[in-house]
Design a protein around this ligand. Structure first.
Ligand SMILES: Nc1ncnc2c1ncn2[C@@H]1O[C@H](COP(=O)(O)OP(=O)(O)OP(=O)(O)O)[C@@H](O)[C@H]1O
Length: 249
């Protein structure tokens, strides 16, 4: 469970360009909940995700993950619980390394320093089997460098790499914004399947009306650094796509 308790984040405090990006948000996200966040540009969505990830520190309030107060922990120390996928398909993987080497790096991400992993045939077979579940035929290309793949292929692999490392929380910040509609569809379906297969708690920021409607077990709308609407699974299921349109304004 993620508990965000009365969290504030102000940028440029005391200056003419001060922004109250997150304005005292209290939010509890249950284990295995898939929360979708929508809202207009500048409403504080990414700042809230950054606060959960630890790449931005709050001015006040606390953040607790599974009973661990992580408020003061740096992002790399939170990586035992949290994996993150960004908008840009290039940011989650190393272009010059092969698919297999990227999976090796992912496998040791949260392991003690000096541990060697992924150098035997077993590991290779496991990676191939996991990649095959994506249904993209990439299991036959594991020696190919990541940089030669399409954005959609990279995002799908990034998702897979994020979740195989026993993380509990998956943060998705507009993961399909840079993709064509077909690739975006594949990546969102992959994310949804992995979230359910790996029993993850997930948070998705999206500007895509259809994705906000289709995915997730709860949806919130943010405005001016606050949560201004919050629908649970039943309420979300009762929505029509058109009802959500105004939530993006
Ligand atoms: N590092 C920063 N320094 C100064 N201001 C910032 C910083 N990060 C965010 N902001 C400001 O905080 C406010 C909230 O930004 P944030 O990126 O969280 O919004 P958002 O809802 O994710 O927007 P978008 O939908 O456009 O991505 C904006 O006014 C933004 O300009």
């Amino acid at each position: 469970m993620i508990a965000i308790n009365n969290v504030h984040k102000v940028f440029n405090k005391g200056k003419a360009n001060q922004v109250n990006a997150v304005n005292g948000i209290t939010l509890q996200i249950k284990s295995q909940e898939f929360l979708v966040i929508v809202g207009s540009n500048g409403s504080g969505k990414t700042t809230l995700l950054n606060l959960v990830a630890g790449s931005v520190m709050p001015d006040s309030g606390t953040i607790v993950i599974d009973d661990n107060d992580v408020t003061k922990l740096a992002d790399y120390k939170r990586s035992q619980w949290i994996a993150r996928v960004f908008q840009n398909p290039m940011s989650g993987t190393a272009s010059d390394l092969s698919i297999l080497d990227n999976f090796r790096l992912a496998a040791i991400r949260t392991k003690p320093k000096g541990l060697s992993i992924g150098i035997n045939d077993n590991f290779k077979r496991e990676v191939k089997d996991k990649i095959a579940t994506l249904g993209m035929g990439l299991e036959n290309k594991i020696e190919q460098s990541m940089g030669t793949l399409s954005g959609g292929q990279r995002q799908a692999l990034t998702l897979l790499m994020s979740v195989i490392d026993s993380c509990k929380v998956l943060l998705l910040d507009e993961p399909t914004a840079a993709l064509d509609p077909r690739s975006a569809d594949v990546v969102m379906r992959t994310a949804d399947k992995l979230i359910s297969d790996f029993k993850l708690t997930a948070i998705l920021i999206t500007h895509n009306l259809k994705d906000a409607y289709t995915y997730g077990t709860r949806i919130i709308q943010m405005g001016e650094g606050l949560v201004i609407n919050d629908l649970n699974r039943q309420e979300k299921a009762g929505l029509k796509q058109n009802d959500l349109f105004d939530w993006f304004a």
